[in-house]
Design a protein around this ligand. Structure first.
Ligand SMILES: Cc1ncc(COP(=O)(O)O)c(C=O)c1O
Length: 431
C-alpha cells in the first residue's frame, strides 16, 4: 500500500456496525470471514448463550448436542448423521479420514484456488501440465506455506476447477487410488466463482462411477447462502459436507461433518478415531441452536432481506466505481460476493498487476473510510444489515474511489509512480 495500514482496535458493536477505541464507527461487511452472519450483539443470541452458561444447557450436554444435530439434519439436504468438532480445518481433515476408511483408498483430489484449512496436507498438492500421468509433488499452490512436513501433500492431486473433462481423465486413470473429491461448491476462496452449469452434477456422477466420496466443503457457504447451503441451491447432494463459520453465529468456534449414514456409521463401528476434547461442547451447541433458530424463523426470510440489502450495496459499489472510470465486477452471490477489477483488452498485459493492486487498494481505502470487507475483496453481509447501513455505504463509497481512481490511473500509465494517498485525499477532499 502507498500508505501505512491503520491498526484498528474494536471495542464494541451492534447490528452491522462496529466501534473502535477512538470512537470511529465502521460498517462491518467483513463479518469475521463470513462467520458473523447475525451481526453483532443480537439480543436473541446473547440471551441463549447466557442461559447456556448459567442454566441447564451447561450440564445437559448430550441433549444440546442431539438437538443441534437434529437442526442441521433438518436443513442440510444430505445430512443424515452429524458430528461436531471445533474448526473448519478439523472438519475437513476428519471428512478425508472418513472417506479413506470408507473406500480403503488414500489419495484425494482438490482444486486450485480452493481453500480448506490450515493443515499441511491441505496446503498444496500434486499438479501437472494436465498431460497425466501425474508428476512429482508440487508445493506452489497459492495457499502454500513454509514449514510443512515433507511429503504431506503427496496424497493430494490439484486440478483446475470447473473442468469436467480433466476430472474425468484423472478419476478414470487413478480411481483405484482416489478416496475423495474435495471441493467448495461455490469457489468463494478463489474469487466467488460459480460452478458451470452441470459441473457439480458431473462431479457427482463421476464420483459414483469411480467409487469416490464427494465432499462439499461448505464451511463458507453453509448457512450463509441459505439454510441448506450450496447443495440445496444446486440440488446436488455430496456424500459428506463440512460446516463451520456461520453455523454457530460467529462468536464461538464449532464445525461439523454431516453426511450419509452408511459412511458416518463407521464412527459408531469404532473404526475411526474422532478425537477432540471439546467436540460437542455445550456452549457451542447452544450457539448452533440459537443461530439456526434465528435464521430459520419466519421461513428463513432473513436470507431474502440480507440478499436484497447486499445487492443494493453491491450495485452502489459498482455504480460508484463506474463514476470514477473504474471497471469492477462482482462475482458469487449476494450473500457471499467477491469484487474484481476488470479492464479493457488493450490493458490485458498489465491487468493482473493492476487488478491485484486495485483490489488491495480499494479494500484498504474502504477500511480508511469506515467500511470493512473481508480478506481483501469479499463482501460478507449479515442479517443485521439494514436500510441505514445501505445508506451509509452509499454515502461513503464515493470517497473510496476518489482515493483509488488516481492510483489506478497511474498504474495504467507506462511508469507508475505513487504519491501518498494523504495528499490525494487532501486534493480529492475525501475524509
Ligand atoms: C471453504 C473453507 N474450508 C475450510 C476452512 C477452514 O476453516 P477454519 O479456519 O475454521 O479452520 C475455511 C476457512 O476460511 C474455508 O474457507
Amino acid at each position: 500500500m502507498p500508505w501505512e495500514s491503520k491498526q484498528i482496535h474494536f471495542v464494541g458493536g451492534t447490528g452491522a456496525r462496529l466501534r473502535d477505541m477512538d470512537g470511529n464507527e465502521y460498517l462491518d461487511l467483513f463479518s469475521k470471514f463470513g462467520a458473523n452472519i447475525l451481526g453483532h450483539n443480537d439480543p436473541r443470541y446473547n440471551v441463549r448463550l447466557a442461559d447456556a452458561l448459567t442454566g441447564a444447557a451447561a450440564v445437559n450436554l448430550g441433549v444440546n448436542e442431539v438437538e443441534a444435530a437434529e437442526m442441521i439434519r433438518a436443513f442440510v439436504p444430505s445430512a443424515e448423521m452429524v458430528r461436531f468438532s471445533l474448526s473448519g480445518t478439523e472438519a475437513v481433515l476428519n471428512a478425508l479420514r472418513l472417506a479413506r476408511a470408507y473406500t480403503g483408498k488414500s489419495r484425494f483430489i482438490r482444486f486450485f484456488t480452493h481453500y480448506h484449512g490450515n493443515a499441511d496436507s491441505l496446503l498444496g498438492g500434486r499438479v501437472g501440465n494436465l498431460d497425466y500421468p501425474l508428476p512429482e509433488a508440487f508445493d506452489g499452490d497459492f495457499t502454500d506455506t513454509d514449514g510443512k512436513a515433507r511429503g504431506t501433500t503427496e496424497e493430494a492431486f490439484l486440478l483446475p476447477w470447473n473442468d469436467l473433462p480433466t476430472l474425468d481423465r484423472v478419476l478414470s486413470a487413478y480411481s483405484d487410488q482416489i478416496a475423495a473429491v474435495l471441493t467448495e461448491p461455490i469457489c468463494i476462496n478463489g474469487g466467488g466463482v460459480m460452478p458451470n452449469d452441470g459441473y457439480l452434477e458431473g462431479m457427482r456422477r463421476l464420483c459414483n462411477a469411480h467409487g469416490v466420496v464427494l465432499i462439499f466443503d461448505e464451511v463458507i457457504t453453509g448457512f450463509r447462502v441459505g439454510l441448506g447451503g450450496a447443495q440445496a441451491l444446486f440440488g446436488v447432494l455430496p456424500d459428506l459436507t463440512t460446516l463451520g463459520k456461520a453455523m454457530a453465529g460467529g462468536a464461538l468456534p464449532v464445525s461439523a461433518i454431516a453426511g450419509r449414514r452408511e459412511i458416518m456409521n463407521l464412527y459408531n463401528a469404532r473404526k475411526i478415531v474422532h478425537g477432540g476434547t471439546f467436540n460437542g461442547y455445550a456452549l457451542g451447541m447452544a450457539a448452533i441452536r440459537a443461530t439456526l433458530e434465528i435464521l430459520s424463523a419466519d421461513d428463513g426470510r432473513c436470507y431474502d432481506r440480507m440478499a436484497a440489502h447486499m445487492r443494493r450495496i453491491h450495485d452502489a459499489f459498482l455504480r460508484a466505481a463506474a463514476r470514477h472510470g473504474l471497471d469492477f465486477e462482482m462475482k458469487g452471490l449476494d450473500t457471499a460476493a467477491v469484487f474484481h477489477f476488470r479492464s479493457g483488452p488493450d490493458e490485458a498485459k498489465k491487468l493482473p498487476m493492476i487488478s491485484q493492486y486495485a483490489v488491495k487498494l480499494t479494500s484498504e481505502a474502504m477500511a480508511e473510510t469506515g467500511i470493512l470487507v473481508s480478506n481483501m475483496n469479499r463482501f460478507y453481509g449479515s442479517i443485521a444489515v439494514d436500510d441505514d447501513d445501505v445508506a451509509l455505504f452509499e454515502e461513503r463509497i464515493d470517497d473510496v474511489f476518489q482515493i483509488v481512481a488516481p492510483f489506478v490511473e497511474k498504474m495504467r500509465g507506462p511508469k507508475p509512480t505513487m504519491t501518498s494517498p494523504s495528499r490525494a485525499v487532501a486534493a480529492g477532499g475525501a475524509q
